[in-house]
Design a protein around this ligand. Structure first.
Ligand SMILES: *Cc1c(COP(=O)(O)O)cnc(C)c1O
Length: 523
């Protein structure tokens, strides 16, 4: 740990160190007779009852408010400025979504409530299923999975089940994934019991078709890709790839994290994919990261699994799916049937982000959703243009090609010539009051700076961003030592990467808390 880091966190008290004995912000009322009676009736066993009072901070309301406000001021998010984290699609979260999800008619609903009392919610979710199916060009969706990676696991389990039901699971063992993929793709495939086969990208950014042909065969269970890829490039040979995989009875899984680059213009279903997930917290504007849970609906084509038994891919979907009974004019939740992969979590999905996503969709309408894509793609290519001849940076893979939602720069020339790395560049951006792009991903780009502005960012900020990147490079060529000392202007200085990532170190704040509580003072 370097000094500025230690200093900043050290001076920042933990909530447990504030206040004093007996100080209160709120006094919990004594339980009434009815509560006492209810507790008596439940009969909480003696052995699990608390023996000691919990050690809670004893603080006033003012202290709590100031403490947490100070912590938020040490942080940064889309409400402070651009967060061009490539692949993450950190767009602005429209406040109307917040209004909808915090409405008591939504937020107070209990998942075990009688269906007759939540017809409104079910109608909204039903409409969302239909919107999503339409947007990705598929036939049936489940809102059940909690995030993109959870959707991937869902898709891989569906792929597995597909082959089980067709009596070929012993043979179909492999999932093919390109080397530009997000790390969750191979992780999901292997969690579902498949062997991952990696295929390289060619220098133009497409999948290397010859390499793909050489690995596709009887053991191919499916292929998992995102299109546009993590390089922001649309896969030009997608038609041929689909034919290859379907030719050996494999399924095509679409990682929908990059939907923001094509929405309204083309659809994974039209490209030939069988299964797709959608990251509501990316494409559809619900908060992402520290801002709450996500949602990763999964949609499938109406593909036949077994003609004799009348099984379709949709029958394999997990969770509760909202259906509409026309005769009774009633919405209802349909639980997993005989061929479903079952449940992957409790209940019918993270309704907060789902409704935020529906709000986003309805605010924009189909024309608006197309405009989102147009603006996101325009922003990316404008930025790419600004950076094309910038000293120190390179744009590998299909340099002359248009990007979709994002572009990956490489700081390799800068690193080779000055020793200043993508990490240093990222820290420099923080000093200028901007958030850094995603760095060192995708793995096939050295010193990667993966930048995605989404539709939210205005022209001036994109120009400023490009300008800062160029100024950082200028500084590096003039004084190659300086960038290693960044950031200087943030509440936390440069963190020791090794210690911060080492399991023994734990998270820095947690470690300090442990040290403080053990020894009572700094060690
Ligand atoms: C974000 C992302 C995922 C995983 O989605 P989560 O919602 O974060 O679980 C998968 N693939 C790509 C390309 C992504 O950007």
């Amino acid at each position: 740990m370097n000094n500025s880091f230690k200093q900043a966190y050290w001076d920042e008290p933990l909530i447990f160190e504030l206040g004093s004995r007996g100080r209160r912000g709120y006094i919990v009322p004594e339980p009434g007779e009815d509560v006492k009676r209810a507790v008596g009736e439940i009969g909480i066993p003696e052995r699990i009852r608390r023996k000691k009072k919990p050690q809670l901070p004893e603080v006033s309301e003012v202290e709590v408010t100031r403490h947490y406000t100070r912590l938020t001021e040490m942080s940064y998010g889309v409400d402070n400025g651009p967060v061009p984290l490539g692949s993450c699609t950190m767009k602005y979260n429209p406040r109307l979504g917040w209004e909808v999800v915090s409405d008591r008619r939504v937020s107070w609903i209990h998942p075990l409530q009688d269906e007759d009392t939540i017809q409104g919610l079910l109608e909204l979710l039903y409409n969302l299923q239909r919107w999503l199916a339409n947007i990705v060009g598929m036939d049936k969706c489940t809102l059940h999975p909690a995030a993109g990676a959870h959707g991937e696991l869902t898709g891989m389990l569906i792929t597995r089940k597909y082959h089980v039901l067709r009596g070929q699971i012993g043979v179909k063992r492999e999932i093919i994934i390109p080397d530009s993929a997000h790390g969750t793709n191979p992780a999901s495939a292997s969690m579902a019991g498949f062997t991952v086969v990696e295929v390289p990208s060619s220098s133009d950014g497409n999948i290397d078709l010859d390499a793909l042909r050489s690995v596709v065969g009887d053991s191919t269970a499916g292929l998992m890709i995102t299109n546009p890829s993590t390089l922001g490039l649309f896969e030009e040979n997608i038609g041929e790839i689909v034919e290859l995989i379907h030719g050996v009875d494999g399924l095509l899984y679409y990682d929908g994290a990059n939907l923001n680059g094509i929405m309204g213009y083309t659809r994974p279903g039209d490209m030939g994919f069988d299964i797709a997930h959608i990251n509501i917290h990316k494409t559809f504007g619900s908060p992402h990261g520290g801002g709450g849970p996500g949602a990763g609906p999964v949609c499938v084509k109406d593909r036949i699994v077994d003609d004799e038994r009348g099984i379709r891919l949709g029958d394999l979907l997990p969770g509760y799916i909202v259906e509409y009974d026309e005769d009774r004019d009633r919405y209802y939740l349909k639980g997993p049937g005989e061929y479903s992969i079952g449940l992957l979590k409790a209940f019918f999905g993270n309704t907060g982000p789902l409704l935020w996503g529906l709000t986003y969709i309805l605010m924009l309408g189909s024309r608006g959703l197309r405009m989102v894509t147009e603006q996101a793609v325009l922003n990316t290519n404008y930025f790419k243009k600004l950076m094309e001849d910038a000293r120190g940076y390179d744009i590998p893979y299909g340099r002359g090609r248009w990007r979709k939602h994002e572009v990956v720069l490489s700081a390799k020339p800068l690193y080779d010539e000055t020793g200043v790395s993508a990490l240093d560049v990222a820290k420099g951006l923080l000093d200028h009051g901007f958030y850094a792009p995603t760095i060192y991903f995708p793995l096939i780009v050295e010193e990667a700076l993966m930048t995605e502005f989404t539709e939210s960012e205005k022209l001036e900020n994109i120009e400023k961003y490009a300008d800062i990147l160029k100024r950082i490079a200028d500084t590096a060529y003039r004084d190659p030592e300086e960038p290693h000392k960044w950031p200087r202007n943030t509440s936390v200085g440069r963190i020791d990467e090794v210690k911060a990532n080492h399991p023994k170190t734990l998270a820095p704040t947690w470690r300090i808390y442990l040290m403080k509580s053990k020894h009572g003072e700094e060690k």
